[in-house]
Design a protein. Structure first.
Length: 250
């Protein structure tokens, strides 16, 4: 796909917004995926290209959290491994369905994100837990997260936040710390599937990833320094943006 200056600028700007939202809350791919389709990609190519930005974004996010001494790599890796089977299956599914079916599913997913966002996942936990609550429910939750993320990615941050917050009883800052690592790990095999299928535009993906990385680095820093209160505000902002998009305001 040939990119002019306007297209490149859009990819960087929207990528930055997406990276910030994805690390702090979720829903960033609600904007990058339609942008890639608008620029002329079919849905599978857009889905695969978006993963390049997601990978770069989460490398940046993990590095930013680690720089601020928020990292529990062993625990994050244990959770990540449970997402891999679902992610691989979901990505194969994504490249085999038609554009019409994918766009219909995407529309339903975006609507579902908005509905679930009205049920706040942020109440009830006031203390910070450094050790996750032991619950086997987290494992099927991670399997489902991998399947969902491998297929569509849009809104997977909200799915992860709900799972980690309610099941493991972590504060939102630590939820996001684990979230970026988990998405980073399962995105690797997903990219391989899309790459083998020839569904990645590397130039567009790397440009998008530049914006994603900037937004992610900034978002992780704000998340740690400002804590749960600002994360709640950003989640509400993300919900508002997605709602406006769904009703056709922009």
């Amino acid at each position: 796909m040939e990119l002019d200056l306007i297209s490149i600028s859009l990819l960087v700007i929207v990528g930055t917004l997406s990276g910030f939202l994805n690390i702090m809350a979720g829903g960033g791919s609600t904007f990058t995926l339609p942008l890639l389709i608008f620029l002329g990609m079919d849905t599978a190519m857009a889905n695969g290209t978006n993963r390049v930005g997601i990978l770069i974004q989460n490398v940046s996010g993990v590095a930013s959290f680690h720089r601020l001494e928020y990292s529990e790599f062993t625990e994050s890796l244990k959770l990540s491994l449970w997402t891999l089977p679902g992610a691989i299956f979901g990505s194969f599914w994504a490249i085999t369905i038609t554009d019409e079916v994918f766009e219909t599913i995407l529309g339903v997913v975006i609507l579902g994100i908005i509905v679930t966002m009205f049920v706040s996942p942020t109440g009830g936990i006031k203390h910070e837990s450094h050790t996750p609550t032991k619950s086997r429910l987290i494992y099927p939750a991670m399997l489902f997260t991998g399947l969902y993320g491998g297929f569509v990615q849009v809104g997977v941050g909200f799915v992860l936040m709900a799972s980690l917050y309610h099941i493991l009883k972590l504060t939102l800052v630590r939820v996001n710390m684990h979230k970026v690592f988990i998405v980073l790990i399962y995105t690797v095999p997903v990219i391989v599937v899309f790459l083998v299928a020839g569904k990645i535009d590397w130039i567009a993906g790397l440009i998008l990833g530049t914006g994603n990385a900037v937004g992610a680095w900034w978002s992780a820093s704000v998340s740690v320094k400002k804590g749960d209160k600002v994360i709640r505000v950003v989640m509400a902002f993300a919900m508002a943006l997605i709602s406006l998009k769904l009703i056709g305001v922009y």
